[in-house]
Design a binder for this molecule. Structure first.
Ligand SMILES: NC(=O)c1ccc[n+]([C@@H]2O[C@H](COP(=O)([O-])OP(=O)(O)OC[C@H]3O[C@@H](n4cnc5c(N)ncnc54)[C@H](OP(=O)(O)O)[C@@H]3O)[C@@H](O)[C@H]2O)c1
Length: 243
């Protein structure tokens, strides 16, 4: 399918206010999609709306709402139904890429709770709330954004690896469990720090948030899908590839 098929597609971007997510939102709007973004912070949503004001023909809907409680996720579903008449074509989950910068076993109780809620539960509830909608409609795309910490462990950021490997397991498992439903579940794993408008590139070949957005669009419009091979790698440029 050509990228033009994003026109008028309804796409939920969980994490759409983040460093990676906001560029995905902007790119999808430029391609004519209707994009819905929940966030815990109204200030972050205002920053996203400002950044996307000249993005292009698509429509942006925003809602201040956390996604780490069942009620919060239900609110997002109800809001989406009201905004789009219940239609949903794709979900991009670009949640949380931060780390605490200390040995894992020294995380404070509050940090551990934050980790569970926002790195794991938010992903679980996004899937639990929106995958059934896609299944009910008979198809759609569910794309999780992930990082190289899924395959490696970095001192001071062990929680990122714990979250990233769990996320990978979610992707692979949900792809198998929804096989045949018409829903395509996959992951884009980025093997580089991402240069964003907030964080300039610090080494050659560093992947940019624009490149991530282009890959996301390519995956959302690709007709090539095998539920047993759902992990796509994005490496340092120029050797970036959709594996
Ligand atoms: N940044 C990089 O260099 C990099 C590199 C490789 C891979 N990645 C991957 O890219 C993905 C996104 O990373 P990022 O750096 O863009 O993260 P980020 O800047 O920390 O953004 C996280 C996003 O998740 C949202 N979020 C977190 N918890 C939420 C909750 N409970 N309810 C609703 N929204 C919630 C945040 O929204 P609010 O704060 O507005 O609520 C924000 O939009 C991650 O999977 C990461 O592993 C990033």
């Amino acid at each position: 399918m050509p990228a033009e098929t994003l026109t008028n597609q309804v796409i939920l971007v969980a994490g759409g206010t983040g460093g990676v997510g906001e560029e995905i939102v902007r790119f999808l709007l430029g391609a004519g999609a209707t994009v819905a973004v929940p966030s815990r912070s109204d200030a972050n949503l205002q920053r996203l709306r400002d950044y996307c004001a000249d993005a292009g023909p698509g429509q942006l809907h925003t809602l201040q709402q956390e996604m780490n409680t069942p009620d919060g996720a239900d609110n997002v579903r109800a809001w989406l139904r009201e905004r789009t008449g219940g239609r949903l074509d794709a979900v991009v989950a670009a949640l949380n890429g931060r780390f605490y910068g200390k040995p894992f076993h020294t995380l404070a109780w509050a940090e551990w709770q934050d980790f569970l809620a926002n790195y794991l539960t938010a992903h679980f509830l996004t899937a639990r709330t929106f995958l059934p909608l896609l299944e009910k409609q008979g198809g759609g795309r569910y794309l999780m954004i992930n990082g190289g910490a899924a395959d490696a462990v970095y001192p001071g950021a062990v929680e990122l690896s714990v979250a990233a490997s769990a996320q990978l397991a979610m992707t692979k498992g949900m792809a198998l469990e929804t096989a045949g439903s018409g829903v395509q579940v996959s992951s884009l794993v980025i093997y580089s720090r991402v240069a964003t408008r907030h964080e300039a590139a610090t080494y050659p070949g560093q992947v940019t948030s624009q490149q991530v957005a282009e890959h996301v669009a390519a995956l959302l419009t690709s007709s090539d899908y095998n539920p047993r091979h759902v992990v796509h790698a994005l490496h340092l440029t120029p050797a970036s590839s959709l594996a």
